[in-house]
Design a protein around this ligand. Structure first.
Ligand code: ADP
Ligand code: MG
Length: 610
């Protein structure tokens, strides 16, 4: 038999006098978490009772074990009731007066000086029971322990450091927490507000939660089950539950470890297409089925935030600031584990079902490429199955591709040259020239490709990656055998001079004369690879190009073997100028660089010659 409850008035052992106002101010924007804390305490108490029953340490009727949240708008109270283990008066003194409050006091001591960390700690700590004082001017606990013969007790505290405890007449087991809501927190007396909060934090709590006569949660979400119990339909249905408006995901990963840390969850690969700005914040972090946050950027590498789903781990510390989180060793291990799992899953699909992997690559390519340029460990694995696609729509791994083109596309430094187009339509003239020479051309047209090319080029050995219009093809893939020029050295020099005189001025042109096949354009305009890359990268990261709208450095290669070049040499001065301008404009047109009034003038001139 427990001793009967002695009525008592006491002083909480807190050394900071005005602890409540401080806490209130700290947590201003996040008062709603009081409900998360109190409901999880009720869930914990219920789970503990179930455990005791399973160990045979509790043999009474368990009865219905749901947790109930009630609001009384007239009395201005919110009551959270459970049928869990309850507390004896001694336990209240120990767990509420001493432990819960000392935790709170410690917290305040630690953070009251650090103005700048306030923003960071909001919502990321567990003050537990104490957080009820953020919204209540008085809190009552009426509780009866599961222990045989124990007497019910009532504890009341008005937010000062004083409390009272006395016997209560509660007859059934469990705990009621009654919050007398403060004037400035009356918003929480509105049903829809409470229901929103419960929905946000409690959707997957492991014990049934009743509010407004409805059960608001799914106590057995799929991530708590074994993968072997689940079918594809279950995963898809759960995805719909999380993201009702989204298209079906491509595939998913069931996370399940218990050593050296505890982690469960399901991550889905959404159809990303080319949408890099896809809404992030679609991974939700849970701790034992309690929602914590959907800002997971400190827990998983950035590229993984493109995924959707749930991560549940009691091992991620939530009561510390973000900067601490990043250096936490558990967080690092978890992040490494998830990265590995994701990389392995992709490898798995690649090896077992290459066809479907290739089909999905348009949607996951962005993810794989982003992962490769941002995470070395991922890159190590993904380089086996990251694919490139050529103009004909065939996919290759890096190794396969290099093997395919090595024979034909190796330059004099023994580097394999990957040629690519970023816009198949616009670069058609260049693609055709490359194909005429038997060269293969890749397509790199996604938003991430400029960064991706830069990122992988130095990881690939003895490979250089160049856009088809980065230079004349014979220079892009320099070979021993060169075409003969029909022009004498003198004539070449003369041609170059003529062009320089006629075209001089901005943009800055680098003019050269080269022998090319006669059936190609008389002039080929190219943009040096490094300049264009810098422009592309600046454009995708939203900065203004350092060269303005158009690159200011152009290479102009004059085809020494083209009949027009000879015609120019032989023409009179006026005709020379006209021919040069015309040929130059044609080349600009082929590069898609002729527009506006220049284009109009060019078309009019051409029409006049008809
Ligand atoms: P924590 O949940 O992290 O232990 P809290 O401040 O939330 O910290 O709660 C302090 C303690 O009070 C709990 O550990 C538990 O022993 C006790 N407690 C709180 N709420 C309940 C409840 N509804 N039923 C039984 N015990 C409770
Ligand atoms: Mg708690």
């Amino acid at each position: 038999m427990e001793a009967s409850v002695q009525a008592e008035k006491g002083q909480l052992s807190i050394h900071t006098d005005n602890i409540f106002p401080i806490i209130k101010k700290f947590l201003y924007s996040d008062h709603e978490i009081f409900l998360r804390e109190l409901v999880s305490n009720a869930v914990d108490a219920t789970q503990k009772l179930k455990k005791l029953a399973s160990f045979g340490e509790f043999s009474d009727e368990l009865g219905e074990l749901k947790v109930t949240v009630k609001v009384d708008e007239t009395a201005k109270t919110i009551t959270i009731s459970d049928r869990g283990i309850g507390m004896t008066a001694d336990e209240i003194k120990k767990y509420i007066n001493q432990i819960a409050f000392s935790g709170a006091a410690e917290f305040v001591e630690k953070y009251k000086e650090k103005e700048d960390t306030r923003g960071n700690i909001i919502g990321n700590f567990g003050l537990g029971f104490y957080s009820s004082f953020m919204v209540a001017k008085e809190v009552e606990i009426i509780t009866k322990s599961y222990k045989e013969g124990s007497e019910a007790a009532r504890w009341v505290c008005d937010g000062s450091t004083e409390f009272t405890i006395e016997a209560a007449d509660k007859t059934d087991r469990g705990t009621d927490i009654i919050l007398h809501i403060a004037e400035d927190s009356e918003e929480f007396l509105q049903k829809y507000r409470l229901s929103d909060i419960l929905e946000k934090y409690g959707k997957f709590l492991p014990v049934e939660i009743e509010f407004d006569e409805k059960i608001i949660n799914n106590p057995n979400p799929i991530w708590t089950k074994q993968p072997s119990e689940l079918k594809d339909e279950d995963y898809l249905a759960f995805y719909k539950e999380l993201h009702p408006m989204s298209e079906d995901p491509l595939f998913w990963i069931h996370l399940n470890v218990d050593y050296p840390f505890n982690l469960t969850g399901v991550l889905y690969f959404p159809k990303l297409k080319n949408d890099f700005s896809a809404k992030r914040e679609k991974i939700q972090l849970y701790s034992r089925q309690v929602f914590i946050t959907d800002e997971v950027k400190d827990v998983v590498p950035d590229f993984l935030t493109l995924l959707h789903g749930i991560i549940d781990s009691p091992d991620i510390p939530l009561n510390v600031s973000r900067s601490y989180l990043q250096s936490d060793s558990n967080v690092k291990k978890i992040s490494g584990y998830i990265t590995r799992k994701v990389a392995d899953k992709l490898a798995d699909i690649f090896r077992n079902d290459r066809e479907s992997y290739e089909k999905k690559f348009d949607d996951i390519g962005l993810f794989v490429k982003y992962g490769m340029i941002s995470d070395d460990k991922f890159s190590e694995k993904a380089k086996e199955y990251c694919l490139v696609k050529n103009i004909e729509g065939k996919h290759f791994t890096f190794d396969e591709y290099t093997a395919k083109i090595k024979e034909n596309q190796t330059d004099k430094d023994e580097k394999v040259v990957w040629l690519y187009a970023s816009d198949v339509q616009k670069q058609d003239a260049y693609i055709q020239s490359a194909q005429k020479r038997g060269y293969d051309v890749l397509v790199f047209d996604s938003v991430i490709d400029p960064h991706f090319i830069n990122g992988i080029e130095y990881k690939l050995e003895k490979t250089s990656i160049k856009r088809v219009d980065a230079d004349t093809l014979d220079k892009l893939i320099e070979k021993e055998i060169k075409l003969e020029s029909v022009l004498s050295k003198d004539d070449e020099e003369k041609t170059k001079k003529l062009f320089e005189e006629t075209l001089g001025g901005a943009p800055k042109l680098t003019i050269s004369v080269e022998p090319m096949p006669t059936d190609e354009l008389p002039i080929v305009i190219t943009i040096p690879e490094f300049i264009r890359r810098m422009n592309d990268m600046a454009a995708t990261s939203g900065q203004k190009s350092m060269f303005g709208d158009m690159p200011t450095m152009l290479n102009v290669a004059i085809n020494a073997n083209h009949p027009v070049t000879q015609k120019i040499l032989k023409a009179g001065e006026d005709e020379q100028k006209q021919l040069i301008r015309h040929a130059y404009n044609l080349a600009l047109l082929a590069q898609g660089m002729l527009s506006g009034s220049e284009l109009t003038a060019f078309v009019q001139q051409a029409a006049a010659r008809l």
